[in-house]
Design a binder for this molecule. Structure first.
Ligand code: GRF
Length: 198
Protein backbone atom coordinates (compact mmCIF):
# COMPACT_ATOMS: atom_id res chain seq x y z
CA UNK A 1 0.00 0.00 0.00
CA UNK A 2 1.26 3.49 -0.82
CA UNK A 3 2.37 5.35 2.27
CA UNK A 4 3.36 8.91 2.96
CA UNK A 5 6.51 9.51 5.01
CA UNK A 6 5.45 11.01 8.34
CA UNK A 7 7.68 13.62 9.96
CA UNK A 8 7.40 12.87 13.64
CA UNK A 9 8.38 14.79 16.76
CA UNK A 10 7.92 13.33 20.23
CA UNK A 11 7.16 14.92 23.58
CA UNK A 12 7.79 12.63 26.54
CA UNK A 13 8.27 13.11 30.27
CA UNK A 14 9.03 9.66 31.64
CA UNK A 15 10.15 6.22 30.52
CA UNK A 16 9.46 6.68 26.85
CA UNK A 17 8.52 3.07 26.15
CA UNK A 18 5.78 4.11 23.71
CA UNK A 19 8.25 6.31 21.87
CA UNK A 20 10.75 3.45 21.81
CA UNK A 21 8.18 1.11 20.26
CA UNK A 22 7.56 3.61 17.44
CA UNK A 23 11.31 4.15 16.92
CA UNK A 24 11.84 0.38 16.69
CA UNK A 25 9.08 0.02 14.11
CA UNK A 26 10.48 2.86 11.99
CA UNK A 27 13.90 1.24 12.08
CA UNK A 28 12.40 -2.14 11.14
CA UNK A 29 10.66 -0.53 8.17
CA UNK A 30 7.20 -1.30 9.53
CA UNK A 31 6.33 2.40 9.67
CA UNK A 32 7.30 4.95 7.01
CA UNK A 33 8.44 7.90 9.11
CA UNK A 34 11.28 10.25 9.86
CA UNK A 35 12.22 10.60 13.54
CA UNK A 36 12.90 14.34 13.57
CA UNK A 37 13.20 15.29 17.23
CA UNK A 38 12.48 14.19 20.81
CA UNK A 39 11.87 16.83 23.47
CA UNK A 40 11.48 16.09 27.16
CA UNK A 41 10.74 18.44 30.04
CA UNK A 42 12.78 16.06 32.20
CA UNK A 43 16.51 15.85 31.48
CA UNK A 44 16.76 12.63 33.51
CA UNK A 45 13.93 10.89 31.68
CA UNK A 46 14.18 7.46 30.14
CA UNK A 47 12.87 9.11 26.97
CA UNK A 48 16.02 11.24 26.61
CA UNK A 49 18.25 8.23 27.28
CA UNK A 50 16.34 6.11 24.75
CA UNK A 51 16.46 8.84 22.08
CA UNK A 52 20.23 9.20 22.53
CA UNK A 53 20.73 5.45 22.36
CA UNK A 54 18.68 5.30 19.15
CA UNK A 55 20.52 8.24 17.58
CA UNK A 56 17.41 10.42 17.41
CA UNK A 57 18.04 14.15 17.99
CA UNK A 58 16.81 15.15 21.45
CA UNK A 59 16.54 18.15 23.71
CA UNK A 60 15.54 19.08 27.23
CA UNK A 61 13.09 21.99 27.29
CA UNK A 62 11.32 22.98 30.49
CA UNK A 63 10.59 26.05 32.57
CA UNK A 64 14.10 25.65 33.99
CA UNK A 65 15.66 26.07 30.55
CA UNK A 66 13.24 28.51 28.85
CA UNK A 67 10.98 31.36 29.94
CA UNK A 68 8.37 30.16 27.46
CA UNK A 69 8.95 26.41 27.02
CA UNK A 70 5.96 25.90 24.75
CA UNK A 71 7.20 28.53 22.30
CA UNK A 72 10.64 26.92 22.33
CA UNK A 73 9.06 23.54 21.61
CA UNK A 74 7.14 24.99 18.64
CA UNK A 75 10.27 26.62 17.23
CA UNK A 76 12.51 23.59 17.67
CA UNK A 77 9.98 21.12 16.33
CA UNK A 78 9.20 23.29 13.32
CA UNK A 79 12.82 23.94 12.47
CA UNK A 80 13.40 20.16 12.62
CA UNK A 81 10.66 19.68 10.04
CA UNK A 82 8.14 18.04 12.38
CA UNK A 83 4.62 17.79 10.97
CA UNK A 84 2.99 15.51 13.53
CA UNK A 85 3.60 15.77 17.26
CA UNK A 86 3.38 12.49 19.13
CA UNK A 87 2.78 12.75 22.86
CA UNK A 88 4.17 9.72 24.62
CA UNK A 89 3.65 10.16 28.34
CA UNK A 90 3.98 13.96 28.25
CA UNK A 91 2.73 15.46 31.48
CA UNK A 92 2.42 19.13 30.54
CA UNK A 93 -0.72 20.90 29.36
CA UNK A 94 -0.60 22.15 25.75
CA UNK A 95 -2.31 25.41 24.83
CA UNK A 96 -4.23 26.28 21.70
CA UNK A 97 -1.12 28.10 20.41
CA UNK A 98 0.79 24.84 19.91
CA UNK A 99 -2.30 23.03 18.63
CA UNK A 100 -2.68 25.75 15.97
CA UNK A 101 1.05 25.67 15.16
CA UNK A 102 0.69 21.99 14.17
CA UNK A 103 -2.73 22.37 12.53
CA UNK A 104 -4.24 20.12 15.16
CA UNK A 105 -1.88 17.26 14.23
CA UNK A 106 -0.99 16.35 17.80
CA UNK A 107 -1.66 12.81 19.01
CA UNK A 108 -1.85 11.56 22.57
CA UNK A 109 -2.13 8.08 24.02
CA UNK A 110 -4.16 7.51 27.16
CA UNK A 111 -4.31 4.25 29.14
CA UNK A 112 -8.09 3.81 29.23
CA UNK A 113 -11.03 3.44 26.89
CA UNK A 114 -11.87 7.14 26.59
CA UNK A 115 -14.20 8.89 27.23
CA UNK A 116 -14.11 6.72 30.35
CA UNK A 117 -11.42 7.45 32.93
CA UNK A 118 -9.99 10.56 31.31
CA UNK A 119 -9.68 14.20 32.32
CA UNK A 120 -7.67 16.15 34.82
CA UNK A 121 -6.05 13.96 37.47
CA UNK A 122 -6.63 10.79 35.45
CA UNK A 123 -3.12 9.66 34.69
CA UNK A 124 -0.82 6.79 35.61
CA UNK A 125 -2.06 4.46 38.35
CA UNK A 126 -5.05 6.73 39.10
CA UNK A 127 -6.61 5.47 35.89
CA UNK A 128 -6.10 1.76 36.60
CA UNK A 129 -7.21 2.10 40.25
CA UNK A 130 -10.45 3.74 39.10
CA UNK A 131 -11.06 1.04 36.47
CA UNK A 132 -10.62 -1.74 39.05
CA UNK A 133 -12.70 0.07 41.66
CA UNK A 134 -15.57 0.37 39.19
CA UNK A 135 -15.41 -3.36 38.48
CA UNK A 136 -14.91 -2.91 34.72
CA UNK A 137 -14.50 -6.09 32.67
CA UNK A 138 -12.41 -4.32 30.04
CA UNK A 139 -9.93 -1.51 29.87
CA UNK A 140 -7.50 -0.52 27.12
CA UNK A 141 -5.80 2.40 25.47
CA UNK A 142 -6.94 5.29 23.30
CA UNK A 143 -5.12 7.42 20.76
CA UNK A 144 -6.80 10.76 20.24
CA UNK A 145 -6.12 14.17 18.80
CA UNK A 146 -5.20 16.79 21.38
CA UNK A 147 -7.50 19.73 21.97
CA UNK A 148 -7.62 22.23 24.80
CA UNK A 149 -9.43 19.87 27.19
CA UNK A 150 -7.59 16.97 28.81
CA UNK A 151 -8.13 13.63 27.04
CA UNK A 152 -10.94 15.10 24.98
CA UNK A 153 -10.08 15.35 21.26
CA UNK A 154 -11.28 13.13 18.42
CA UNK A 155 -10.62 9.44 19.07
CA UNK A 156 -8.53 7.82 16.33
CA UNK A 157 -7.99 4.26 17.57
CA UNK A 158 -8.50 2.09 20.64
CA UNK A 159 -7.24 -1.23 21.92
CA UNK A 160 -9.31 -3.32 24.30
CA UNK A 161 -7.73 -5.33 27.10
CA UNK A 162 -9.48 -7.72 29.49
CA UNK A 163 -9.41 -7.00 33.20
CA UNK A 164 -8.47 -10.27 34.92
CA UNK A 165 -9.49 -11.54 38.30
CA UNK A 166 -6.87 -10.64 40.86
CA UNK A 167 -5.53 -7.74 38.79
CA UNK A 168 -3.77 -5.00 40.71
CA UNK A 169 -3.37 -1.50 39.24
CA UNK A 170 0.19 -2.54 38.38
CA UNK A 171 -0.67 -5.76 36.52
CA UNK A 172 -3.46 -4.03 34.63
CA UNK A 173 -1.15 -1.10 33.78
CA UNK A 174 1.42 -3.51 32.36
CA UNK A 175 -1.14 -5.28 30.15
CA UNK A 176 -2.50 -1.98 28.88
CA UNK A 177 1.03 -0.67 28.21
CA UNK A 178 1.84 -3.75 26.11
CA UNK A 179 -1.20 -2.97 23.96
CA UNK A 180 -0.17 0.70 23.71
CA UNK A 181 3.13 -0.30 22.19
CA UNK A 182 1.34 -1.88 19.22
CA UNK A 183 -1.39 0.76 18.99
CA UNK A 184 0.77 3.83 18.31
CA UNK A 185 2.46 2.21 15.33
CA UNK A 186 -0.85 0.89 14.01
CA UNK A 187 -2.43 4.33 14.23
CA UNK A 188 0.53 6.15 12.67
CA UNK A 189 0.64 3.56 9.90
CA UNK A 190 -3.04 4.20 9.17
CA UNK A 191 -2.31 7.94 8.97
CA UNK A 192 0.63 7.35 6.68
CA UNK A 193 -1.48 5.10 4.42
CA UNK A 194 -4.38 7.54 4.43
CA UNK A 195 -6.95 5.28 6.09
CA UNK A 196 -7.10 7.72 8.99
CA UNK A 197 -7.11 11.39 8.03
CA UNK A 198 -6.05 14.01 10.55
C1 GRF B 1 1.41 5.47 29.03
O1 GRF B 1 0.67 4.66 29.88
C2 GRF B 1 0.51 6.43 28.30
O2 GRF B 1 -0.75 5.92 28.08
C3 GRF B 1 0.44 7.60 29.24
O3 GRF B 1 1.70 7.67 29.83
C4 GRF B 1 2.34 6.40 29.81
C5 GRF B 1 3.66 6.60 29.13
O4 GRF B 1 4.49 5.49 29.23
N1 GRF B 1 0.03 8.79 28.53
P1 GRF B 1 5.89 5.52 28.48
O5 GRF B 1 6.64 6.76 28.94
O6 GRF B 1 5.61 5.54 27.02
O7 GRF B 1 6.59 4.27 28.91
Amino acid sequence: MHSQKLKLGFLASHGGSNMQAVIDNVKKGVLNAELCLVISNNSESGAIAKAKAAGVPCMHISDETHIDPELAIIEQMQSSGVEILVLAGYMKYLSKRIIAAFNGKILNIHPSLLPKYGGKGMYGMNVHKAVLKAGEKFSGATIHLVDIEYDHGRILMQSKVAVKEGDTPETLAERVLQSEHKLYTECLKAISEGTIVI
